[in-house]
Design a protein around this ligand. Structure first.
Ligand code: DCP
Ligand code: MG
Length: 472
């Protein structure tokens, strides 16, 4: 790997990787684990309608709730919409169902809040259609207020807090598939539209259950809204289904799952008529880059995700090696793991050392690699796969000058959409240029210094967003 000659340029060791793409999407996952064994829900169709009921049932099951199709004695909670307590009781009588005193009659708002919270929320008076306390006033009238009051949502991910608790996965999974398909077809405009839509929905503290819920949400173009509507009505999108079954999509997904293979190579292999990796590997006329060779060699290891435990173990090895040359260096795990993700496709580290000279910075990563290479040879470990007791993991090492560590940390923590949007925000809203190295104020014509991420946010006039809130 050639070294950058400019000492201020960050050394980025290891090729810029492609996200490992595994076959199959979460759209095709029919069975759901029950997380809350004590609750057995029944959703009332009356005044709700069949499709909406089916949609809510599917969504609740995905969230780990047990939802029954039929009314029975095992039901513990009845969920209704636009019905008063007496209407539900009347309906139950009509069904010859003896409501036990334990049976909860709840407004749909309870289910929606519970799904958003990922766990059954406490049932309060506003949810209960029939008050448990019989001495109290008659059953409260149904609350018509939306489950949560929406504050104005920014079009920029850097002005939203996006945790890993995604209430709208049913939609964002669909958008991810469509965005990826547009990426494969090099349609950048549509790709970005679906990525932005997925990003904004991930930040919502509630699940979208009707088109009314999408009002006032930015980044939802007509094309996007059509897909949302279809999923609300049918529980799935025909366009997504078609993409998942599309030969070109499936092939690109498979080919790009090999480390070092991008769109160009995938396109070439697809045009040559290839549909499987085995045939490609056997073609002697094809030339593979060193990255692709490693990608095929360690394919199984690399498509299996890296766990946090593995990431921590790698972190120890990185620190040990770095400290052998720069004992004062800070080694920080960045990327998805810093945002709290439990798994990743690689492990990212930022290395920086106070008082290090330019040449120390330039030489560190080659020295570290050299050390590992020698260790590997000494231990006799080689590329042979049989009986191997180790796993290949992709590691990204970034070295930066100490004064630029805040910019590098912000830039390498992600998510990609968060990075895209904070730069776009800087350019369009502040007339500043932000990258992984610096922040430049075009009006004042000066570079703004920062010792921490908080200071960069402050320079940009943004509220601070914690790393775990950057999962945009
Ligand atoms: N990054 C970026 N633009 C790129 C590549 C990377 O802004 N083209 C930044 C944002 C990423 C971070 O670097 O979050 C690390 O890149 P990864 O591809 O490793 O992404 P993550 O770590 O976020 O995801 P994963 O868990 O899949 O590794
Ligand atoms: Mg990563």
């Amino acid at each position: 790997m050639p070294l950058p000659t400019n000492p201020l340029q960050m050394v980025h060791l290891g090729p810029r990787k492609k996200r490992s793409r595994q076959m199959g999407a979460s759209m095709v996952c029919p069975s759901h684990d029950v997380k809350f064994q004590d609750l057995v829900l029944y959703i009332l169709e009356k005044k709700m309608g069949t499709t909406r009921r089916a949609f809510l049932m599917e969504l609740a099951r995905r969230k780990g709730f047990r939802v029954e199709n039929e009314l029975s004695d095992s039901i513990t909670h009845i969920v209704a919409e636009n019905n008063s307590g007496s209407e539900v009781l009347e309906w139950l009588q009509g069904q010859n169902h003896k409501a036990s005193s334990q049976l909860e009659l709840l407004d749909v708002s309870w289910l929606i809040e519970s799904m958003a919270a990922g766990t059954p929320v406490e049932m309060t008076g506003k949810h209960q259609l029939v008050k448990r306390d019989y001495s109290a006033s008659p059953s409260p009238e149904l609350q018509k207020t939306p489950p949560l009051v929406i504050k104005k949502i920014s079009q920029y991910a850097c002005q939203r807090r996006t945790t890993l608790n995604n209430c709208n996965q049913i939609f964002t999974d669909a958008f991810d598939v469509l965005a990826e398909n547009y990426e494969f077809r090099e349609n950048e405009v549509f790709c970005l539209a679906f990525m932005r839509a997925a990003s904004v929905l991930k930040s919502l503290p509630f699940t979208i259950i009707s088109m009314k819920d999408t009002e006032g949400i930015p980044c939802l173009e007509d094309k996007v809204k059509c897909i949302i509507e279809e999923i609300i009505e049918d529980g799935e999108s025909s366009e997504v289904k078609a993409v998942l079954n599309d030969e070109r999509y499936q092939s690109f997904k498979l080919f790009t799952s090999v480390f070092g293979v991008g769109l160009k190579t995938s396109e070439k292999w697809f045009r040559m008529g290839y549909r499987t990796l085995n045939k490609i590997k056997l073609d002697k006329t094809l030339k593979f880059t060193p990255m692709q060779k490693a990608g095929f060699l360690y394919y199984e290891d690399l498509v299996s995700c890296v766990t946090r435990e593995e990431a921590e173990a790698v972190g120890m090895l990185v620190k040990e090696a770095v400290w052998a040359f720069l004992p004062e260096a800070f080694v920080t795990m960045t990327g998805g793991f810093r945002r709290g993700k439990k798994i990743g496709h690689d492990v990212d580290f930022l290395i920086t050392s106070p008082g290090s000279r330019d040449e120390d910075e330039e030489q560190l990563l080659p020295k570290v690699i050299n050390l590992w290479e020698r260790k590997r040879v000494d231990s006799g470990k080689c590329s042979q796969q049989e009986g191997k007791t180790w796993k290949a993991i992709r590691v990204d090492l970034v070295m930066c000058p100490y004064e630029r560590r805040a910019f590098a940390l912000l830039g390498w923590t992600g998510s990609r959409q968060f990075e895209r949007d904070i730069r776009r925000y800087a350019t369009h809203e502040r007339k500043m240029i932000l990258d992984n190295h610096a922040l430049y104020d075009k009006t004042k014509k000066i570079f703004l210094k920062a010792e921490s991420e908080e200071e960069i946010f402050a320079h940009l006039g943004l509220d601070y967003i914690e790393p775990w809130e950057r999962n945009a």
